[in-house]
Ligand binder design. Structure first.
Ligand SMILES: Nc1nc2c(c(=O)[nH]1)N[C@H]1C(S)=C(S)[C@@H](COP(=O)(O)OP(=O)(O)OC[C@H]3O[C@@H](n4cnc5c(=O)[nH]c(N)nc54)[C@H](O)[C@@H]3O)O[C@H]1N2
Ligand SMILES: Nc1nc2c(c(=O)[nH]1)N[C@H]1C(S)=C(S)[C@@H](COP(=O)(O)OP(=O)(O)OC[C@H]3O[C@@H](n4cnc5c(=O)[nH]c(N)nc54)[C@H](O)[C@@H]3O)O[C@H]1N2
Ligand code: SF4
Ligand SMILES: [Mo]
Length: 680
């Protein structure tokens, strides 16, 4: 028997830090998983979910062979087939569809089940070459990115460790206990140094217990709060005018626009007392290195990009970006230090194929073309005749779940799902392909929460007949007769080629750092000596005449006939629908509840633990009520992505979410839906 030793790896999941891992293995089995203490950002500290990753890797429910559906759609009846049979069946069906409808009748659907660069993006090269419809991958934080880019461009956020220099911290709409573990750990330290920490949220998340002040507001009203804080900063002469004059455009216009946004006005919008707003703005304005920890939830609204832009005016007025520990957290992209075009191959597109928005997949599967509001404006031509899902579970995570299920039920839709587990989406597949885990393939980590990257290697061989995304797309490409050299690389050779390709930022590494990176160590990227504002002009754009709203303005949430604003939020124990195979975690998460304020509950005769039904024009979904004053009256909160089989009504909260897109970025408005609820 091979001796056991500890091998380096990294968390593959869609979470900011891509934590460094160590896996104890004999080459066949992973026995234990722990944090890598040498990782420069995550320092050996990982979340409870990943502490037993070996239970996921060796889970008895893992899909081990290709399978073919032998029952009605959704009946979960499958029988094993070989890879050759599966690939023949898929490419045979696709060739027929291409002949009859054209290649755009095929749609890939993927998101971030595996965040590592190669395994995340390699499918795009294949589908570009195929000429399939493209997918707008905007479910998560594209409205936030759009808001950033409208004012500060891609000016980066700070590393979690830099929080040791922050002297005032606002956690703005992020459940950091669940989603930003290393930021959380640093904030705990900051608290010990006496740094004030403020939470601005729609409900009291566990972070509230860490904070000096908790400001709860009605969802979607943060823009009003931010602009009123800007008003105070101007009035109290707390703007850093040297910075403003040197590094921003349009500041006079912006400053002049602030007069109406008084704290008194914002009090009426947000319910936060004017004096609290004034004091918070003054404290933020006086701090030397104030930090805003941005969550993505606040951008998942119809005004989400604008809200982000409004909040960004604050560090832009104070110049916090140029202070160590100051500025923002929430705007990091490390994939840009690699040649992503080498992975995605936009040059393989022979024509400008149509794009389908992933948040409108329900309508798309039903043949409907929809506009940004999710309204039907015509028929898709050609219709979607085949769906290929990898790195995602649309039946559970996307909006308008009822439509998605109806679409997946279509007997004339040829669905292929490449998965590790029998998800609610895989249940509707014609062909299931077995996916491997991050312990079984090569990858490159490109975290969105720190400036640290690494190359990962397999720790064990894939069990059964599992294959990586890379290997699967190469097989499909060969079977389709694609002769490009790209598809001839092995997974290892391709990862090395991407990792070795020159890049200006990685050229700043010393030879020792380069060697460490190629050897599998996580290495920090170097920041330029002088901080940079990364917009086209090199200046922060307070005013941009090319935008529909040249100035940051407050856009109120849209009215709805339904009285309660529904927020969907992350669970501490699962990550979207990932980890739901793990009973230890789903037991801790508990059943699917809706948090409701005691006043709203009383009005409706609802008591804690009652079964309630939430309704809107899209669906009726049942939950258990959790009556709590952690949420404001008028807001209800559903934490976690639940599976259809765990739900009371074969629908989950996603059935209540609309296909309406955000004001910019074409992202999902997951946190901007309304319901009425009643006891049943
Ligand atoms: N444990 C765990 N970790 C995760 C995830 C998970 O599901 N579980 N998900 C992963 C993914 S995919 C992502 S994108 C990141 C996201 O991580 P972050 O970017 O940190 O954002 P979230 O914590 O998802 O943001 C959700 C919060 O936004 C708040 N919110 C919603 N609307 C508003 C609003 O209008 N105003 C304010 N002030 N707050 C609002 C919600 O109340 C909720 O607490 O986390 C990743 N990490
Ligand atoms: N109600 C509600 N809905 C949400 C959210 C929420 O908080 N609440 N969060 C939203 C957000 S922020 C996001 S980003 C999306 C996330 O949506 P998705 O990215 O679809 O996330 P998951 O549900 O985790 O599904 C990922 C799937 O990929 C599979 N997978 C993992 N690794 C691999 C691999 O290497 N190859 C292949 N082929 N498959 C793999 C996993 O087994 C899993 O089933 O969900 C959104 N939807
Ligand atoms: S899920 Fe997030 S916190 Fe947990 S190990 Fe992975 S990256 Fe780290
Ligand atoms: Mo996300």
């Amino acid at each position: 028997m091979t001796e056991k030793n500890w091998k380096k790896s990294a968390c593959p999941y869609d979470c900011p830090d891509s934590c460094g891992l160590l896996m104890e293995t004999d080459g066949e089995t992973v026995f234990q998983v722990k944090g890598d203490p040498k990782h420069p950002v995550t320092h050996g500290f990982i979340c409870g979910k990943m502490q037993h990753y070996e239970q996921t890797i060796h889970h008895p429910d893992r899909i081990m062979t290709p399978m073919k559906s032998v029952g009605k759609k959704g009946s979960r009846q499958f029988e094993p087939i070989t890879w050759t049979q599966a690939i023949d069946e898929i490419t045979g069906q696709w060739k027929k569809i291409i002949n009859e409808y054209g290649s755009e009748a095929i749609l890939p659907y993927s998101y971030a089940g595996n965040l590592h660069l190669i395994q995340n993006k390699c499918g795009e090269a294949f589908f570009n070459r195929l000429g399939a419809s493209r997918l707008e991958r905007t479910i998560c934080s594209k409205a936030k990115s759009a808001g950033f880019s409208q004012i500060i461009g891609s000016t980066g956020g700070i590393n979690p460790d830099d929080i040791s220099h922050s002297d005032y911290i606002i956690i703005w709409g992020s459940n950091i206990h669940a989603t930003q573990l290393h930021v959380h750990a640093q904030i705990v330290q900051a608290k010990k140094r006496g740094v004030p920490v403020i939470l601005i949220e729609t409900y009291k998340t566990p972070a509230a217990s860490l904070c000096d002040q908790v400001l709860l507001l009605p969802p979607g009203t943060d823009g009003a709060l931010a602009l009123s804080m800007a008003n105070v900063i101007k009035k109290e002469h707390l703007a850093n005018m040297k910075f403003v004059k040197k590094h921003t455009n349009g500041w006079r216009r912006f400053f002049n626009s602030l007069d109406d946004y008084t704290p008194q006005w914002a009090q009426q919008v947000t319910g936060i007392p004017a004096e609290v707003i004034r004091q918070t703005a003054i404290a933020y304005g006086r701090a030397k290195s104030p930090l805003i920890v941005f969550g993505s939830g606040l951008s998942r609204h119809k005004n989400g990009a604008m809200t982000t832009r409004c909040i960004c005016t604050l560090p832009s007025m104070t110049g916090a970006f140029f202070k160590k520990g100051g500025g923002i957290i929430g705007n990091i992209s490390t994939s840009s230090v690699f040649d992503t075009a080498m992975v995605q191959r936009p040059d393989f597109l022979s024509k400008n194929t149509r794009a389908i928005n992933m948040n409108q997949i329900g309508s798309a599967l039903l043949g409907d073309a929809v506009n940004e509001k999710g309204e039907v404006i015509g028929k898709l031509n050609p219709p979607i005749k085949s769906l290929y899902v990898y790195n995602s579970n649309p039946a559970d995570i996307a909006p308008a779940q009822k439509k998605i299920i109806k679409g997946l039920m279509r007997e004339d839709l040829f669905t292929v799902v490449h998965e590790r587990f029998m998800t609610d989406t895989a249940a509707y597949a014609d062909i299931i392909l077995p996916a491997d885990t991050s312990a079984e393939h090569y990858g490159i980590t490109t975290p969105y929460g720190s400036y640290c990257v690494s190359v990962t290697s397999p720790v064990i061989k894939p069990p059964g007949q599992c294959k990586s995304n890379w290997d699967t797309f190469c097989l499909l490409a060969h079977a389709m007769g694609f002769e490009e050299e790209h598809f001839n690389y092995s997974n290892e050779a391709f990862v090395r080629a991407v990792a070795e390709k020159e890049n200006a930022v990685r050229e700043m590494w010393t030879p020792e750092e380069k060697a460490a990176f190629m050897g599998g160590a996580a290495v920090m990227l170097k920041k330029p000596a002088v901080p940079e504002i990364k917009t086209a002009s090199g200046r922060i754009e307070f005013y941009d005449p090319s935008l529909p709203n040249p100035l940051p303005v407050y856009i109120p949430p849209q009215q709805s006939p339904y009285p309660l604003h529904l927020i969907v939020a992350p669970s501490l124990y699962t990550l979207n629908s990932t980890f739901t195979e793990r009973k230890d975690l789903t037991d801790k998460r508990g059943r699917s509840v809706l948090k409701i304020n005691s006043h709203d509950a009383y009005q409706r005769g609802i008591a804690d633990g009652n079964i309630i039904e939430a309704d809107n024009d899209l669906a009726s979904v049942q939950f258990f009520a959790e009556v709590t004053d952690d949420v404001l009256p008028g807001t209800v909160v559903a934490e976690g992505v639940f599976g259809i089989e765990e739900s009371l009504t074969e629908l989950t909260v996603n059935a209540l979410l609309s296909e309406h897109l955000t004001d910019a970025g074409r992202a999902a408005t997951l946190c901007d839906n309304y319901v009425e609820i009643r006891k049943i």
